[in-house]
Design a protein around this ligand. Structure first.
Ligand SMILES: *Cc1c(COP(=O)(O)O)cnc(C)c1O
Length: 427
């Protein structure tokens, strides 16, 4: 049995106190859509371990890829060396993304992929003898990671920028798009962004956004048309466009990439999270040939980044298998089925007092409350009902593995409806 007391005293969990940590649940194993706790209880997973486990846990195809690669080599440095799984995976990424995005930089986590995107944008303008163009423009309610550069473009409120004032780069922020997914977008919706670009384009390296779905910064779904206008404005003002698809990539929103809802192509793209099917930490930053060639032409003629575990063979082998698996199944049908099930199960929550909104897009379902939930009690309530759901703030949301069946999905949505009803009763 895990020594929970040791865990409590010595180990930091994400965004927790070391004085009053909330209880954590020891997991002994995971298979399909189920997490098995040490005490034998099984929980249906509604989180895909933060967007990642799209194929579920302990998948035979991914297990085999990991085992086979393990027998060959777990890791070699990527400086001066290369290997088959990295080349294969890069080929898959280049093939499945828009034609212009054909240069791949592998890194070990989403936050680092975002740092790399920012550095690429800054180096691009430096190479073109425009060193003053090094600021970023982002939108409110975004989330791009926890390292300093990534934090600097994440929502200043939820990211608590005030805590780090002086230590963190001050970027520009446009309001989050008000036009919702499925609704048209007016010039008024785009005006604040257009104004910022007009005023600041001379000092801006790039605009960075999560296309269509803003994840951990607010779980907002906005109109793809807004991205069409964003692309036009970036081109007109000479500012690069970065799409962060670390959460949305690989099918989650009903398209392989969320940018496909808008048919808009960025200059730089970040992917991560479900890239390895949730098996290992791996991310990638893709750039256009134009960006890559400019960086390589100016001073110093190199892109200045190179993580120790860049393109880790185990991670790239599993990622390659995961993308192959995704493309070999009818994931669109699975996501459509999940979308319908999420609507069916979550829509009734709209009737509850204290619920402000219910929204679903692809395999993402969100119930937004008026007030922040009580994490300690709500977590217990979900576990008691045999599901794993981890809300944050005022948001209770589901993003199950694509392989979830109808019954398990019903179990998840029913648990959310019940627990939300309990929660709003408490006031
Ligand atoms: C999770 C996330 C990141 C950061 O990825 P990590 O692997 O946690 O560093 C960046 N951008 C988006 C959109 C994310 O959802």
């Amino acid at each position: 049995m895990i020594d929970l007391d040791f865990d409590r005293r010595h180990i930091w969990h994400p965004y927790t106190s070391m004085k009053n940590p909330l209880p954590v649940f020891p997991v002994a194993g995971a298979s399909g859509v189920r997490l098995r706790l040490e005490d034998g209880r099984e929980l249906v997973d509604g989180m895909s371990s933060w967007w990642a486990a799209i194929h579920g846990y302990n998948h035979p195809v991914l297990n085999r890829a990991a085992r086979q690669q393990l027998e060959r080599m777990s890791h070699v440095m990527f400086g001066g060396l290369t290997h088959e799984p990295a080349v294969r995976l890069a080929g898959q990424l280049v093939a499945m993304t828009p034609d212009s995005l054909d240069r791949v930089f592998f890194s070990d986590s989403g936050s680092v992929a975002v740092e790399i995107a920012i550095k690429m944008a800054v180096q691009y303008w430096g190479s073109l003898c425009r060193p003053e163009k090094k600021r970023m423009l982002a939108i409110r309610c975004g989330y791009h990671g926890d390292t300093f550069g990534a934090m600097s473009v994440s929502d200043p409120m939820t990211g608590m920028h005030s805590l780090f004032r002086g230590a963190i780069q001050e970027q520009l922020f446009a309001p989050s798009p008000e036009c919702r997914y499925g609704e048209p977008c007016t010039e008024g919706d785009i005006a604040p962004l257009a104004r910022l670009l007009e005023l600041h384009h001379h000092e801006l390296a790039a605009v960075i956004v999560e296309p269509v779905v803003q994840g951990a910064g607010g779980m907002r779904f906005y109109s793809p048309y807004w991205l069409v206008r964003l692309r036009e404005l970036c081109t007109a003002f000479g500012v690069l466009l970065v799409f962060d698809e670390i959460a949305t990539g690989f099918g989650r929103t009903g398209k392989m990439f969320a940018m496909e809802h808008a048919a808009v192509v960025p200059d730089i793209l970040t992917v991560g999270k479900s890239l390895t099917g949730g098996y290992m930490s791996l991310a990638a930053t893709l750039a256009s040939g134009e960006v890559a060639e400019a960086i390589s032409s100016g001073e110093p003629g190199l892109f200045m980044h190179g993580p120790t575990f860049m393109a880790n063979p185990l991670a790239t082998a599993v990622a390659s298998a995961s993308l192959g698996l995704l493309q070999s199944v009818d994931w669109q049908a699975s996501v459509r089925r999940i979308e319908a099930g999420l609507w069916r199960g979550l829509e009734p929550c709209r009737q509850l007092a204290g619920v402000v909104d219910v929204r679903v897009l692809g395999a993402i379902g969100v119930v937004e409350l008026e007030k922040a939930v009580d994490m300690a009690s709500i977590q217990q309530e979900f576990v008691r009902r045999g599901v794993w759901v981890r809300p944050f703030g005022r948001l209770v949301y589901l993003m199950p593995p694509f392989i979830i069946d109808e019954r398990d999905l019903e179990l998840l949505t029913a648990a959310v409806a019940e627990v939300v009803a309990l929660e709003v009763l408490k006031g």
